[in-house]
Write a new protein. Structure first.
Length: 237
């Protein structure tokens, strides 16, 4: 007698940017297919936002407006049948509490996926690359990793933070992969190692398009892959 597989339906807030959302979609479906075999794929509901408006609101500091926008989108996913939601971007986890409150269902937090992987590897001090918001605002990721998982984070200096941020918005979110930017990121990671980091967190969901383990002087923890693996676990549980 065979047991019928039962997958749970997950809602994904994406489009921030669509480049990384496409990676989420592929990784989650690959993971579910590997678990289920045959023709199985992930029951996903996607709300893909227009990133131009989101980025403009970020730059203007309109986080309250963005909280309403994402919360409304998350509630729509739940009405459509999602049993949990996830935000497919590190930066917008600044609004994780607002999104979960609006959705009324579990939110799969990217910081929990990342923190669990770092703890499992014995990492206590990690370098963090991401947008300026992620690197400089503790409410995005750094506070969550410290308070919930005991992980200390180290960020690059001001000039390096500006370059990491520029590459994300001007290149990676537009599908541009530049070898000069890869070299710049690799140098920044070397500096983080010099400053005592035991690993590096790719804390923007697009950075994995540019940097991999072969480019890094430190062990790499890619938040996109870790978050997608968490999604697969939830869907298949």
């Amino acid at each position: 007698m065979t047991t019928e597989l039962r997958f749970r339906t997950l809602g994904l807030l994406g489009g921030m940017s669509w480049e990384s959302t496409a990676i989420y979609y592929r990784l989650i479906n690959q993971g579910v297919a590997a678990r289920g075999g045959g023709l199985h794929s992930a029951p996903l509901l996607l709300h893909s936002l227009d990133f131009a408006g989101v980025a403009a609101a970020q730059a203007a500091g309109d986080w309250a407006g963005l909280g309403v926008q994402l919360g409304t989108a998350a509630a729509g996913l739940v009405r459509a049948g999602a049993g949990a939601v996830m935000i497919g971007t590190n930066t917008m986890h600044r609004l994780a509490a607002e999104v979960q409150a609006a959705a009324g269902v579990p939110l799969l937090h990217i910081g929990d996926a990342t923190g669990a992987a770092l703890r499992a590897a014995g990492v206590k001090r990690a370098g963090l690359l991401g947008t300026r918001f992620t690197m400089e605002d503790a409410s995005v990721l750094r506070g969550h990793l410290g308070e919930r998982h005991g992980i200390e984070t180290v960020v690059p200096g001001e000039a390096a933070r500006a370059e990491v941020h520029r590459v994300i918005y001007e290149e990676l979110c537009r599908g541009r992969i530049e070898s000069t930017s890869r070299a710049a990121y690799a140098g920044i990671i070397r500096d983080l190692k010099r400053d005592g980091a035991e690993a590096v967190i790719l804390g923007c969901t697009e950075i994995g398009l540019l940097i991999g383990a072969a480019d890094s002087a430190l062990p790499v923890f890619d938040t996109t892959h870790l978050h997608a693996a968490m999604a697969v676990d939830w869907i298949c549980s």
